[in-house]
Design a protein around this ligand. Structure first.
Ligand code: AOF
Ligand code: ZN
Length: 346
């Protein structure tokens, strides 16, 4: 790809900027942008504001001011060519006198796409596809998935013993994972749009389902969603004022995900319990698995995953391991079902 080392470094900065707004932009994508002077110096940077607010490019241009003239804009997503809730970024880039645009991922939405050609026609030098894989598998992933499939990206998170159990035979379950794993899981909560659980989990554990950093609530709280087909949830910490809560009277993953998509949710964190996880897996509605495995063995007690309609080994859900790391005494595994890989490659 014909980009300079400085532009490549700026793209890495733009990717990092996009990470800082994960969970805050939906239904819009989490995008990062950097403006470089002709000498390759940083003139401005920005990330997408909450939906309805300025796009990443607009924020970076504002910071660059007059320095945007003859500059290079480095963006994780192709600049939009449409007027939505905000005006076209292609026009703002052109008006600011930007000479070159380097971006990672083509915008797949029919309304906003085509920005690269609009810019080229305006005489701007445009290079696309730079660090495309990193961008598409990073902060843009949930949004890209949702645009392509019409449903939110689903991360299924669980903590279990090494033999896969989420509670002991007598139902005791606090705490299976270590404090660092729980802290890591709270960071994960702060980056999603919604947390989904079944009514059984609410009745059994009375979880608050908020994102907490130490003792304090994160400033960004995901929507709490309880799938409660039988109207069993009437009280509990999940209904407190710490965050918004939605109770859906369906247990059908596709209906629930459609309802959430229609509310602007693009990334769902599925947190339990085993029955619901089984139903999501059976429906191929799990796109990523985050497992915290504690070095404990129980030999009895419920498993992380309930019945998922898999009766024989050849039907097993096959995962690609993305990363393995340590959180305290636990092992954290991030993996993706094969069908999710295929959906992304389409
Ligand atoms: C963003 N942030 O940094 C970029 C976006 O309704 P609007 O006007 O905010 O337009 C949203 C669309 O703009 C979005 O779906 C995507 O296609 C495009 N680019 N959006 O929110 C950004 N660059
Ligand atoms: Zn835009």
């Amino acid at each position: 790809m014909a980009v300079t080392d400085t532009e490549l470094a700026a793209m890495h900065r733009a990717l990092a900027l996009a990470e800082t707004v994960r969970g805050r932009t939906s239904p819009n994508p989490a995008v990062g942008a950097v403006v470089l002077t002709p000498a390759g110096e940083l003139a401005g940077e920005g990330a997408t504001a909450p939906a309805g607010g300025p796009h990443a490019e607009i924020r970076a241009l504002a910071e660059a001011g007059d320095e945007a003239r003859d500059s290079t804009a480095v963006v994780t997503l192709e600049p939009c060519a449409h007027t939505g809730r905000t005006g076209p970024c292609t026009e703002a880039l052109r008006a600011a006198g930007v000479a070159r645009v380097v971006y990672a991922v083509d915008d797949p939405t029919p309304a906003a796409a085509g920005g690269a050609s609009v810019l080229r026609e305006a005489g701007v030098d445009v290079v696309g596809g730079v660090e495309e894989h990193a961008a598409a598998s990073g902060a843009l992933r949930p949004w890209l998935h949702a645009v392509r499939t019409g449903r939110p990206f689903v991360t299924w998170k669980f903590a279990a013993t090494l033999d896969g159990r989420v509670a002991a035979a007598d139902s005791t379950s606090r705490w299976i994972s270590s404090a660092p794993s729980r802290a890591d899981a709270h960071l994960l909560r702060a980056t999603v749009d919604a947390i989904v659980v079944g009514s059984g989990t609410v009745l059994a554990d009375d979880p608050q389902l908020t994102a907490r950093l130490g003792e304090t609530l994160a400033d960004q709280q995901p929507l709490r969603v309880v799938l409660d087909r039988r109207h069993r949830v009437h009280d509990g910490r999940v209904l407190d004022s710490a965050a918004e809560t939605l109770i859906l009277d369906t247990a059908v993953p596709r209906f629930a995900l459609k309802a959430l998509f229609d509310r602007g949710v693009r990334h769902v964190l599925l947190e339990g319990g085993p029955t619901l996880a089984g139903a999501f897996l059976e429906d191929h509605c799990v796109d990523e698995v985050v497992a915290y495995l504690a070095p404990l063995l129980l030999g009895a007690g419920p498993n992380a995953l309930g019945e998922a309609g898999i009766g024989t080994l050849v039907d097993a859900a096959v995962l690609e391991v993305e990363s393995v790391s340590r959180t305290g005494n636990d092992v954290k595994v991030v993996a993706r079902p094969r069908w999710a890989e295929q959906a992304t490659e389409e």
